[in-house]
Design a protein around this ligand. Structure first.
Ligand code: C2E
Ligand code: CA
Ligand code: CA
Ligand code: CA
Length: 282
């Protein structure tokens, strides 16, 4: 199989046989990735729309394979889930990101709002009985206040086992952690499940941002999500904000925060220093 530049292996236009072999190779390589130090964390800014000030970051996992280069999380996270490797690497990322945020909070000039860190929690992690203990341990060891930690969960993660997962979500909320519903709108039962997840934040999937500000039918959807979330006392974060037109429309329609290439792509921690002491001026 041939390689496809910076995104690693492409799955398109391949025979089933090739796909299976690539998958087995990736799985093999992923098993030792954490121990070999090939996993890292990138951070993407999340901005308060009312002020355009940095409010926090989402931590996103990266895999730097010595031969393949950067493998996309869209390819390796599903493998990490199936194999259970996500439990260990996810706990590692959580601790790494929490420790980084503690350093950033210490560096931030007085007068600016305290930063939060958002971490993705996959289905497999949600179903792991140790999750609440892992989160508590990370908060204890790093000294990060629970209120600064956001955990992003998806509908599919919850719907696979609502009863089993709900008790843990409540326990996390009781720790003071903020739960975010990630990729909102892409699942099948979004409305009913919004009611019973103890989430403080709804992240609108970026597929609904297309054409926003330019008269797209998506505007009605975003408006409805904002109205509904606010009624339930939840904040709304728009993901995948790429243009000023989108930003202006979102701000005008009461969306609380935004994240996307307009503000910055995910980058290593050291590339974020510029963000720490200024608001965005555009
Ligand atoms: P996600 O949680 O929805 O993360 C947002 C994705 O959108 C990121 O892709 C980010 O780079 C991308 N993005 C951000 N702004 C823009 C924009 O303005 N335009 C466009 N087109 N894309 C934008 P990334 O980093 O490749 O991650 C893909 C997915 O992999 C994530 O989607 C998440 O589901 C999963 N993932 C990443 N890191 C982790 C992790 O540590 N744990 C778990 N469980 N899943 C992770
Ligand atoms: Ca996310
Ligand atoms: Ca998302
Ligand atoms: Ca997504």
């Amino acid at each position: 199989a041939k390689r496809s530049g910076r995104n690693g292996y492409a799955f398109f236009d391949r025979t089933l046989h090739e796909q299976v072999r690539i998958r087995v190779d990736l799985e093999q390589a992923l098993r030792g990735a954490l121990d070999r130090g090939e996993l890292s964390v990138h951070y993407q800014p999340i901005v308060d729309l009312a002020t355009d000030e940095l409010s926090g970051f989402e931590a996103l996992m990266r895999w730097n394979h010595p031969e393949l280069g950067t493998v996309s999380p869209l390819e390796f996270i599903p493998i990490a889930e199936d194999t259970g490797l996500i439990v260990e690497s996810g706990a590692w990322l959580l601790e790494e990101a929490a420790a980084q945020l503690v350093r950033w909070r210490a560096q931030r000039p007085a007068g600016l709002p305290e930063l939060h860190i958002s971490v993705n929690i996959s289905v497999r992690q949600l179903r792991d009985a140790a999750l609440v203990g892992v989160v508590r341990g990370v908060l204890d060891r790093t000294g990060l206040p629970a209120s600064a930690l956001w955990l992003e969960i998806t509908e599919s993660g919850v719907m696979e086992d609502p009863e089993g997962v709900l008790a843990d979500l409540r326990a996390l909320r009781d720790l003071g952690v903020t739960l975010c519903i990630d990729d909102f709108g892409t699942g099948y039962s979004s409305l009913s499940y919004l009611r019973f997840i103890p989430a403080g934040i709804v992240k609108i999937d970026r597929s609904f941002l297309a054409g926003v500000g330019a008269g797209s039918a998506n505007e009605a959807i975003v408006r409805a999500v904002v109205a509904m979330a606010h009624t339930l006392g939840q904040e709304v974060v728009a993901e995948g904000v790429e243009t000023l037109v989108q930003r202006d429309w979102l701000r005008e329609h009461g969306c609380d925060r935004a994240q996307g290439w307009l503000y910055g792509a995910p980058r290593p921690a050291k590339a974020q220093l510029l963000w720490m002491d200024r608001s965005v001026s555009m």
